[in-house]
Write a protein that binds this ligand. Structure first.
Ligand SMILES: CC(C)(COP(=O)(O)OP(=O)(O)OC[C@H]1O[C@@H](n2cnc3c(N)ncnc32)[C@H](O)[C@@H]1OP(=O)(O)O)[C@@H](O)C(=O)NCCC(=O)NCCS
Length: 322
C-alpha cells in the first residue's frame, strides 16, 4: 500500500471541492507541528479553515495523493493584494517540489486575477532555505526573518528604564487605535518591513493591520492587558506601541512594537517591551515569542538584551510588479 502511495504523482485540487472532514488528519498533524516547533496553539486558525472549507468558501488548493489531501494552501484578497494565509504539507510528503506545486498554484491563481497587483506571504511551515527554488521567481523578493522566543520568569527582574524625555505609559484601549496607526506609519517609513507588509506604508493601511490583529486569530488572540501605548508627557502625542497576544494559554506573542523616529534610541522601546513581558508573566505566561526581519539589527539587539533567542528561521515572500 505504502509503495503504491509513493508512486502516485501528487496533483492539486480546488479547496472548494473538498469536504471539511477530509482535511482532519492534515490539520491534526499541522496542529501538532505548530505546538512542537513554535509553542503555538493552532486550534483557532484550524477551526477557521474547517469552517470556511465547510462553507466551500476557502480559496486555495489541496495537494492530493490519490484521494487523500496531504497538503493545503489558501489565500485571501484585500483590495489589490493577495495574502497567502497558510501552506502546510504533511511531513511524509514534504519536498520542495510538492510545496512548490501548491505554492505555484496559489501564486498563479492570484496573478491571474485582474485586480491583484501584489502577493504577500509569511509561511512559517514552509520548508527552510533561502536558496530554494520558488515559483515565479522573476517577480519575487525574499526577506529572511527570525522567530524568537524568551522565557518570562527572568523578565520580572529586568530594570525599569526612564526614557530620556518625559514619557507616559498606559495600557492599551480601543480609543488609542487611531494614535497607534499614526505611530506605525511614522515608525516604518522607509523601513525594510514596509517592503514586506505594505499596510505599514500609510495610516489607512496601519488601521487595517491593527483591525486584523485585534479581531482575527492569525497572530494569536489579542491581549490588551499586556499591550501598551507610550505618549510624550508634554504634547500628549503617542510615540510608541507594544501590542501582544496569547498564542497559547501560557505563551504570549509580541505582535507589534514600534516607536516614532523622534524618540528612537531613547529607551521607549525597551520600556514598552519590558512592561509587556512583565504583564504577560503576571497573566500566567511562561514564555513569549515574536518575529523579526533578520536585517533589523536595532530591534534584534533589543530583543536579545531582554532574553530572546532564535528559535526558527523562515522567510517573508513578496511577489510584486506583475
Ligand atoms: C526596534 C525599536 C522598537 C526599538 O525601540 P527604541 O525605543 O528605539 O529602543 P531603545 O531606545 O529602548 O533602545 C534599545 C537599544 O537599541 C539601540 N537602538 C534602538 N533603536 C535605535 C535607533 N533607531 N538608533 C540608534 N540606536 C537604537 C539603543 O541604543 C538601545 O541600546 P542601549 O540600551 O544600549 O542604549 C525601534 O527602533 C523602532 O520602532 N523601529 C522601527 C520599527 C521596528 O523595527 N519594529 C520592530 C519590528 S520586529
Amino acid at each position: 500500500m505504502a509503495a503504491a502511495l509513493d508512486t502516485i504523482v501528487p496533483r492539486v485540487r480546488d479547496l472548494r471541492e473538498l469536504r471539511s472532514g477530509e482535511l482532519a488528519p492534515l490539520l491534526d498533524e499541522e496542529l501538532a507541528a505548530w505546538q512542537r516547533d513554535l509553542d503555538w496553539d493552532f486550534r483557532a486558525s484550524a477551526d477557521l479553515v474547517r469552517r470556511f472549507v465547510h462553507m466551500q468558501a476557502l480559496t486555495g488548493f489541496a495537494l492530493m495523493s490519490g484521494d487523500e489531501p496531504v497538503g493545503y494552501s489558501y489565500f485571501v484578497c484585500e483590495e489589490r493584494k493577495g495574502l497567502i494565509g497558510d501552506l502546510y504539507v504533511r511531513e511524509k510528503f514534504r519536498t520542495v517540489e510538492n510545496e512548490n506545486l501548491l505554492l505555484g498554484s496559489v501564486v498563479d491563481a492570484l496573478m491571474s486575477m485582474p485586480f491583484v497587483r501584489r502577493i504577500e506571504s509569511q509561511l512559517m511551515m514552509l520548508g527552510p532555505g533561502m536558496s530554494r527554488p520558488m515559483p515565479r521567481e522573476h517577480r519575487l523578493q525574499a526577506f529572511p526573518r527570525l522567530f524568537m522566543h524568551a522565557p518570562l520568569e527572568p523578565a520580572r527582574d529586568l530594570s525599569a528604564r526612564t526614557p530620556k524625555q518625559r514619557t507616559l505609559f498606559e495600557v492599551w484601549s480601543e480609543r488609542r487605535q487611531e494614535d497607534a496607526a499614526g505611530v506605525i506609519a511614522l515608525a516604518y517609513e522607509g523601513h525594510i518591513d514596509s517592503q514586506i507588509n505594505d499596510q505599514y506604508r500609510s495610516v489607512g493601511g496601519a488601521r487595517r493591520f491593527l483591525l486584523n490583529i485585534v479581531q482575527y486569530p492569525g497572530c494569536g488572540s489579542f491581549f490588551h492587558p499586556a499591550s501598551f501605548v507610550a505618549t510624550d508627557a508634554g504634547t500628549g502625542q503617542a510615540c510608541g506601541i507594544c501590542l501582544s497576544s496569547l498564542v497559547r494559554q501560557d505563551v504570549g506573542h509580541i505582535t507589534q512594537i514600534c516607536v516614532t523616529p523622534e524618540v528612537a534610541g531613547t529607551g521607549v522601546g525597551y520600556e514598552l517591551l519590558r512592561r509587556s513581558m512583565v504583564a504577560l508573566a503576571e497573566a500566567g505566561c511562561r514564555s513569549v515569542s515574536l518575529t523579526v526581519t533578520s536585517a533589523n539589527d536595532n530591534a534584534i539587539a533589543l530583543y536579545r538584551r531582554v532574553g530572546f533567542e532564535d528559535r526558527r528561521r523562515f522567510a517573508a515572500y513578496v511577489w510584486d510588479g506583475f
